[in-house]
Write a protein of this length. Structure first.
Length: 255
């Protein structure tokens, strides 16, 4: 279990934050490491956030069930944020689910929970994620009803056996059809991560994803899906180390 109700770095009475940020511009920001997440999800006014799962496996980890540090379900009016899942294994396989999703809300009139952090690292040379076929997600709460303040998804970091530490991919993506339409998360987070974590990684903005820069930033590569909402430079400089390749320029703004 994560931070209890009313507690946490990302606590807000209208829905907890963690990997994802908030919509109403208050001082609560997202937090936690992208590569090595070990932070708890934040609570809402009523319920606790998601906890922390850390697995270190010398051989193959087979996921046939569910590994989750999702925010807790709330019958009240605001959701809690997902926690952290950090798994290191030689190889991974299976059709099960791995998640740090924001907590679902039955009668949301304030807001749902933000997504947390997931990090998967393979240590065997040549190992990849082709045998891990189940969903790996850090979605925001997506079944919100009524008039709500949105939350954003968290992050999913994947590093294959052939990639050096820090050279993996950071996926930012919401569920298809989510009510959380591209509310931007902040990079780097306000707490718990050094910007140097990102300097060699690939930032992949996927379905209904939004990111806003908090400072000048260097990354290894940038992928922007047609389904992404926006990358807001916010008057900062984003340095991408990879050779130029096309991406949807209308998704990049400097607001």
């Amino acid at each position: 279990m994560g931070y209890s109700s009313g507690k946490g770095v990302g606590y807000a009475s209208n829905g907890g934050r963690h990997g994802g940020d908030n919509s109403n511009g208050d001082e609560t920001k997202c937090y936690g490491s992208v590569r090595c997440p070990f932070t708890h999800g934040s609570g809402s006014a009523w319920t606790a956030g998601g906890g922390v799962i850390r697995l270190q496996v010398a051989g193959t980890l087979t996921v046939d069930g569910t590994v989750t540090s999702g925010g807790y379900y709330n019958v009240g009016s605001s959701g809690t944020s997902g926690g952290s899942v950090w798994i290191t294994a030689a190889t991974m396989s299976g059709a099960g689910a791995i998640s740090a999703d924001g907590g679902l809300v039955q009668t949301a009139c304030n807001g749902g929970g933000a997504g947390g952090r997931v990090s998967l690292m393979l240590t065997k040379e040549g190992a990849d994620f082709s045998q891990l076929t189940g969903p790996v997600t850090a979605y925001a709460c997506s079944n919100i009803k009524g008039s709500v303040e949105m939350r954003n998804c968290g992050t999913v970091y994947r590093q294959t056996g052939n990639q050096e530490f820090g050279y993996g991919e950071i996926l930012v993506a919401n569920a298809s059809g989510s009510a959380n339409k591209g509310l931007p998360m902040t990079l780097p987070p306000a707490e718990g991560m050094d910007a140097r974590e990102l300097k060699n990684a690939t930032l992949n903005l996927g379905m209904l994803a939004g990111v806003v820069l908090e400072q000048d930033l260097k990354i290894g590569n940038l992928i922007i899906s047609e389904d992404a909402t926006r990358l807001d430079l916010d008057n900062h400089i984003l340095r991408v180390q990879s050779p130029y390749h096309p991406y949807p320029t209308d998704r990049v703004v400097n607001a």
